[in-house]
Design a protein around this ligand. Sequence first.
Ligand code: MLT
Length: 259
Amino acid sequence: MKRKINGTDLAFEQQEGNGVPLVLLHGFAMNRSIWQEMISNYLPSVPIISLDTRGHGESESTQGEYSMELLAADLEGLLRSLNIGKAIVCGHSMGGYIALAFAEQFPDRLAGLGLITTNAAADDDSKRAARYAQIEDIRKRGSIAVADSLAPRLSHNPTIIAWAHDMIIDTNPLGLIGSLSGMAERSDRSALLPGIEVPTVVIAGESDQITDYDASKTMAKALPQGTFIGLNNSGHLPMMETPKTLAGALLSLSKQVQD
Ligand code: MLT
């Protein structure tokens, strides 16, 4: 399905079910298909909305920076167009940055929060510089510049790496550039965490080569209703690497919210 939100066509999937819906936000250079197998195998009757972030998957790519605030406003607009008041917003990596921006901008619309292999801190100078260098590389070589550098770090499983590599190559370079500059300029939202009063699950992979495991633990401690789940068989993509465990954690979060 597609809806025009903030002037941009956004593609999404909606699974019907009772209760407050779970929103699933993919990470940088991915798209909503990353959740598909986990949903059909382990969450078949939970209300779920999974969307392709602007510039990813089947959503439209626009020029310019995709700030986390803009991407959170896209989500809010989509929920409003679907007449959904509150949602449990779960984001993977860059999706987590968007989820935190949503928590800050639309606290009344947040019923629960899932932070999956992500963090609340902003980029340091070297990370920010690396993102701008990558933007230049994409301008020269296209999406393969990201595929070659990111895919091998997403997992230790060669099948998942190959699958991710193909997905990244198919992602519009404009979407990659807009997201990289949005991530480079995002705010540090660590100070927001103690004020997030909804049930929250923080999920980290022990072999994640992108997001720091201990930073996730610290983040969970700062959240009034934070639960930390460490996955010893997962890297950066638990929805692919340990889908049953991740689905179980999301189901518990959903139950906690509905009760
Ligand atoms: C992601 O997986 O969304 C990105 O790698 C996150 C990041 O680069 O900070």
